[in-house]
Design a protein. Structure first.
Length: 174
């Protein structure tokens, strides 16, 4: 399934590079913290480090690739814990500048998520994964035009559950 996400991210990047040949582009990268509040297949709050890279073209339209990597496990009893192994997604992004330093955005995309049940020694006991349609909103404030902070909410809709993800991160424009 990660192949499907990789192919989607590659297609978005290809579309972005074709569009940037005709228009100004703004690249950015971000790194920060995300909380995955899952429901349905598992009811847990999972912490992760999230990294993103993206570009804006045509002034307001863009593409973004994202990866999240779990931090620690949440106790589920019986000496077991559940942990986010990883999450990868690709998005189309629409951004609107509110002021010179503030922008709001909406995004829609597709991703995959991998969970792991671990024992007290952090050894894997079971694995699970799923693909999702993702959509969300957020905003970014840039202190000096290049460096800023970003906050966003994204909903991941899986076939057998969902996850609400809140993220806060440092973002750098290039």
């Amino acid at each position: 399934m990660k192949f499907v996400v990789s192919a989607a991210v590659a297609a978005i990047a290809l579309a972005a590079s074709a569009a940037t040949a005709q228009a100004e582009t703004n690249w950015y990268a971000s790194a920060g913290y995300s909380n995955f509040s899952t429901e349905g297949f598992a009811d847990h709050d999972l912490d992760a480090v999230t990294v993103r890279v993206g570009t804006r073209f045509l002034g307001f339209l863009g593409a973004e690739a994202e990866g999240s990597f779990g931090m620690g496990a949440e106790d589920i009893g019986g000496g077991l814990g559940v942990k986010l192994n990883d999450q990868f997604a690709g998005y189309l992004v629409g951004a609107f500048p509110v002021s010179e330093n503030l922008e709001v955005f909406a995004r829609v995309g597709y991703g995959s998520l991998s969970l792991r049940v671990v024992d007290q020694d952090d050894s894997p006991v079971a694995n699970g994964e799923g693909n999702s349609m993702n959509y969300g909103v957020g905003g970014a404030y840039f202190f000096d035009g290049l460096n800023g902070i970003r906050g966003d909410y994204t909903r991941h809709d899986f076939e057998d559950g969902e996850a609400d993800v809140l993220s806060v991160s440092y973002v750098r424009r290039f």
